[in-house]
Design a protein around this ligand. Sequence first.
Ligand code: LMR
Ligand code: SF4
Length: 513
Amino acid sequence: MSIFEESMYRLIVETSTNLPADVRRTIAAAREAEDSATRAGLSLSTIAQNIEMAECNVSPICQDTGMPTFVVHTPVGANQIVMKREIQNAVARATKDGKLRTNSVDSLTGANTGDNLGPGTPVIHFEQWEKDEIDARLILKGGGCENKNIQYSLPCELEGLGKAGRDLDGIRKCILHAVYQAQGQGCSAGFIGVGIGGDRTTGYELAKQQLFRHVEDTNPIPDLAKLEEYVLEKANQLGIGTMGFGGNVTLLGCKVGVMNRLPASFFVSVAYNCWAYRRQGVLLDGASHEIKEWIYESGTNHPMNAQAAGESASAAAGGERREVVLTAPLTEEQVRSLKVGDVVILNGEMHTGRDALHKHLMDHDAPIDLDGGVIYHCGPVMLKDDAGWHVKAAGPTTSIREEPYQGDIMKKFGIRAVIGKGGMGPKTLAALQEHGAVYLNAVGGAAQYYAECIKNVNGVDFMEFGIPEAMWHLQVEGFAAIVTMDAHGNSLHADVDKDSKAKLAQFKDPVFA
Ligand SMILES: O=C(O)C[C@H](O)C(=O)O
Ligand code: SF4
């Protein structure tokens, strides 16, 4: 393997497994701002613990290692064709080693290429510059937060905020709205990159470029520096909180860039990144291709103090929060006794199922008996050796994508609990009540934390859907999640959405007139 390929491999592993210092400091500050006994506080403790576990296990912080996106600056005359091939080799190797999930899926057939290579993946942008070194940066941005990106075409009408015109104040409204519409589904608290101007394509590119800025930098354009500061302060008054559980911290960073536009177009493009904000970079010697320095300060010397705080949080929560230990399969009576806010500690078997499985089960039988069963919206990272399959990372995926199917499938197979993140909609809520089932919200991104609860892989069906979409039968012990939708018609997600929408309306009046 060439030195360049080896350096790219190290960049991938570091990005996927070790959150940099600036991101860690911001998450640590968020923990300070939340009462540790609240749902948001408990989730932040889990997140802190997960960050440390990922570094220690050298395993993915989150199971969704995203669309690997490289931005590489090379000296004039460097052979970019060879570099591209070597980056692809490094991606395939990191996938084989379980540092990246198999994330490249044929859009027409659904077939997973298995090595993260295929048309359009990974994304590699080259740029020449007049320096001797190579600057290679990588961002691993997952699909759940990518789905919460949004592009506004000004002027427009925004719910809660009214008219957004073609000026700084209209831009302000779009950005606040972008945070509101993401709710907890992109694993808040998040970071946003904003691109003002460009066309639809370059606007989004500019927004993503902002995610390569340092969290603690200051925008060189004074108006934008003020806007960034304003958004960070006000977005945190929306009360969406970590995972959309409600709380004081909703946004961890806001970076805004600007470029020229066409007279007819005025786009504001927003790239939403979850707390698992994985980006790193290396400066390589132009001749040897050895790593000279890392671009973002390493997280290694910034422990999250997860253990101590985690313990005190659960001790504090003990008094106020009902904790219910259950073993699957579950009975209707057990799940009907649960209420929003209860913490469920689950033991026994659960079955993963996401987009391909839900679609399939609508008009096919299940390969196993799901009566009283627990479905986990999860696409894990799995590795196989002589002893069988091992779970390398296994946090929840965004549940709302299964909204068209979930209620029907629950009733058809007698499923009693669904675990995921971000909550589900009115159709599922009605089915929970009618049939007797609950929705449990796990902490999004906490892929190492949950992987440790999985004690055995009992089996797998539908491997033809690819590793993330297959139905894994997992034996768990002490799997903790919070009831956020119960069988009595209550949904924490609906409540937080309604409250935050009312709060959004406070920011209707012009600020940057
Ligand atoms: O695909 C996944 O595992 C998770 C995804 O990033 C999500 O946030 O829904
Ligand atoms: S599950 Fe959450 S933390 Fe992981 S990539 Fe998706 S949005 Fe990010």
